[in-house]
Design a protein around this ligand. Sequence first.
Ligand SMILES: [Zn+2]
Length: 146
Amino acid sequence: MFQLHQQLVAPAEQLDPESGLIRVGGRLRQSSDLPPDAIHPVVLDPAHPITKLIIKDCDDHLHHPGPESFFAELRRRYWILRGREAVWKHQHRCPKCQQSRAKPIIPQMADLPLARLRLCKPPFYSTGVDCFGPYTVKIGRRAEKR
Ligand SMILES: [Zn+2]
């Protein structure tokens, strides 16, 4: 009875004898459509430098997506322990991710001058025309605006 129970329940993790890596056991052993890495993803330590490089490479490859889709893509091949936290840490340090997360800041503007507040006046009551533009003058071999 005990042996039958052991055969039915898959172990949580298993050691890959070829590569020496720890892989997730899972319940997808019978699947023939999935690639082997998706059936048994590699278990990784979030603090290891190789793991950080894998996260950085995946983030660059996917062009800095949102944290959940990025985490889902990582899970296809790697099972990073405390993975959401590792992804969050990486994306908060990544300059490109910071740029995509940034909120625009509305600049503070000064009050309008009185000349622009002449309400209820006819159109073109106060106008200006710029008759001269900058001319490009050649001095020797260089050109200057005058
Ligand atoms: Zn990024």
